[in-house]
Design a protein around this ligand. Sequence first.
Ligand code: NAD
Length: 428
Amino acid sequence: MLTRREFAAAGLAAAGLSMAAPNDRVQVGVIGCGARSHELMRHLMTAGGAEIVAVCDAYQGRMERAADRVGGRVRKVADYRNVLNDKSIDAVMIVTPDHWHETMVLGAIAAGKDVYCEKPLTFRSAEGLEVIRAAQAAKKIVQVGSQVCSSAIQQEARRMIQAGKLGKVTMIRAAYSRNTVSGAWGYPIPPDASAANCNWEMFQGPAEKRPFSLERFFRWRCYSEYSGGIATDLFVHLCTTIHFLMNATAPAKVMAMGQLYLRKDRDVPDTLNAILEYPDGFVVNLSSTFNNQISGEGSFQILGTEASLELASDLTFLPERKWDDNKWIVESWPKTLEEAYWKDPRVIASEIAPKRVKAQLPTSIKSPAEDMTVPHLRSWVTSLRTRQGHWEDAAVGHRAAACAHMVNKSVQEGRMVEWDFARDDVKA
Ligand SMILES: NC(=O)c1ccc[n+]([C@@H]2O[C@H](COP(=O)([O-])OP(=O)(O)OC[C@H]3O[C@@H](n4cnc5c(N)ncnc54)[C@H](O)[C@@H]3O)[C@@H](O)[C@H]2O)c1
C-alpha cells in the first residue's frame, strides 16, 4: 500500500519532478516520548524536512512535555495504535523500551508507515529477520537509531581503514565504564508519577506481567523483561560502529562472561566482557563495568599493523613506532659477538636507522559541533523522499542487535555462540 507521500512522489517522479517543495514536510508521529525521544525531536526539528504531528507516551507528563516542545498543531495520542491508524502520518519514530520495538515496527510497516527505530532494533534475535522481511515486502524504509555511523569522524575513520592507513587491523578494543547512579541507569523518577498517569499495561505490552512498579517503568534497562542490559544498551552501538568501519556483517563466534557483582537494583549484569571473532580476520574485545569508570565513556581503539585509531569525541591517528631493540639480549653474548652484531647492516637497518628518523606524531581530527544525530535524522528524511534506504537499515540493525543477543546467550548458557551466515541469524 502506498502512503499519501509515496503516491504523490510516484506521480511527481512520473512527471519528472521531485517532492522537495520546502513546505511539503514529512508528517511524523513519535511513539515513546522519554529522554532519548526529546533529544530526537529537537534534532529532527534542526534537521528539517519533517513535521512532528503526533506524540504518544504511556506517561502523561512526558507526552505533555513533548507536545510543548514540538508546538504547532501536534496531537497527543494515548494509544500508539491510533498513531499507526492515522492516515495523515507518513512515518513514525519508535523510541520506546526495547521489548516493544519489534511489535511497533511490524505494526507501523503493516499500517503503511516508514520507520525510525531506536537501537537495539530487536529484543530477541529472531525478530530481526521478521522485520527485514516485512520492510522488504512492503518497500518501507526502516532506519535504526545508532547514530554514531553518521558522525563525520566515524566516516573519516572508515575512509582511513578502508584506504589501508592502519595496515592490517587484527584487533579492536572498546569499553564503556561507569560508576554513578544515573550512569548505571538509576534515573530520577518524576515526583508526580503514579498508577494514575503511567499506563502500566501499555508499558508492559508483550513483556511478562509484573505488579505495577515505578522503578521498572522509569529504570527499565535494569530488568531483563524489557532490556538485554549492557549488551543491548551499549555494546550494540559498538557493534554498529565496528560493522560500519570494517565493512563486516557479523562475528562468526562470540564468548562472553558477565556478572551482577554489586548493584542490588537490577537482574542484569553490572560487569560484562565479550570476545567477538570475525571471519574477516580480526577479533573484538568489548568490556563494560558499572563499578568503576577509569577508562571512561566509550573508549574505542582500532589496532592495525601500521597505526591505530582512537575514537572518542575526536578521532586520533597514532602511527606505530616499529623498531626492534635487542640490546638487552646481545649484551649477554660474548663481547666480540655483541660488537659484530651492531655492525651487521641488517641490524643497522632494523634497530639503529629507524630511531634516527623523526617519529610521525599522532594527529587528531575534531568532531563537528553538530550532534551526530542531526545528520542521522537528515539521512532518514532524505530516504523518506528518495526511497533509498540508509546504510543502517533493518538488516544492519538486526545484526548489531544480534551481536548483543549472542553476548547475553553466551553468558547465560556458559558457552561459545556462533553466527549462521546462511540464515543471517544466531545459531541455535
Ligand atoms: N541512540 C542513542 O544514543 C540512544 C540513547 C538513549 C536511548 N536510546 C534508545 O531509545 C529508546 C528509549 O530510551 P529512553 O532512554 O528514551 O527511555 P525512557 O524510559 O526515557 O523513554 C521511553 C518512553 O517510552 C514510553 N513508553 C513505554 N511503553 C510505551 C507504549 N506502549 N506506548 C507509548 N509510550 C511508551 C515510556 O513511558 C517512556 O516515556 C531505547 O530503545 C533506548 O535503547 C538510544
